[in-house]
Design a protein around this ligand. Structure first.
Ligand SMILES: N[C@@H](CCC(=O)N[C@@H](CS)C(=O)NCC(=O)O)C(=O)O
Length: 205
């Protein structure tokens, strides 16, 4: 199995943590590919017309978009692991995690990636609002006892929240003790400890 990865991608890390939780890490070749809409990577475009990672190649099949890859891995391999097949709440939480990463990436364009004269504050404010609304929802469900199992939904949320911290977007921790505690408990495992984020996005060759 080959995973086209990126060491600073929340979508890719979700897949790598999942691979680890499914006991597939030793069977997986993980290779870093730098990508950006302004820094084309031909090897990535050969496998995904959107030019994005993660991409999984397995048994003659090439899959992209982390939501498709996660479903594929769960369908094929979860029976032999402690991970149960995702229910609708898991899928919803995976979508929420994707939305947090999407909003975070768009916010980062406005904060540091776009040239200064092209940045648009109302758009940045709108993306940051999506983040704070999501954090508030997650604080609420955490305070109501949301599980800390390493399910697909929780792996997706935890890798997205750790990414928010990694890229230094406004923190979710202040005033959200239940969410902070939930995240620290979910990430207290080998699969998270051995897959830390590193590196920086490169927008030019
Ligand atoms: N919806 C996709 C998003 C993947 C994505 O945006 N990956 C980023 C890395 S964090 C990427 O490859 N960006 C390159 C680009 O947008 O051209 C997924 O879940 O796999």
């Amino acid at each position: 199995m080959q995973l086209f990865y990126q060491t600073h991608s929340p979508y890719a890390r979700k897949i790598l943590v999942l691979i680890d939780e499914l006991g597939l890490r030793e069977k997986t070749l993980v290779t870093h590919y730098e990508t950006s809409p302004t820094n084309r990577n031909n090897q990535v475009f050969e496998l995904n017309p959107l030019g994005k990672v993660p991409i999984l190649v397995h048994a003659g099949v090439t899959l992209y978009d982390s939501a498709v890859i996660s479903r594929y891995l769960m369908d094929r391999f979860s029976a032999d692991s402690d991970c149960s097949l995702p229910n609708f709440q898991d899928l919803q939480h995976e979508a929420l995690a994707t939305g947090i990463a999407d909003a975070g990436i768009l916010a980062r364009w406005e904060i540091e990636r776009r040239p200064l004269d092209k940045r648009y504050q109302p758009f940045l404010d709108g993306q940051l609002l999506k983040l704070t609304e999501s954090y508030d929802y997650l604080e609420k469900i955490s305070s109501e006892g949301h599980s800390v199992a390493r399910s697909l939904g929780n792996i997706a949320l935890a890798t997205a929240l750790e990414w928010v911290e990694f890229v230094k977007l406004p923190s979710f921790r202040l005033g959200r003790p239940s969410l902070s505690n939930w995240l620290d408990r979910v990430t207290d495992s080998e699969s998270f400890r051995t897959t830390p984020y590193s590196g920086n996005t490169s927008d030019s060759a």
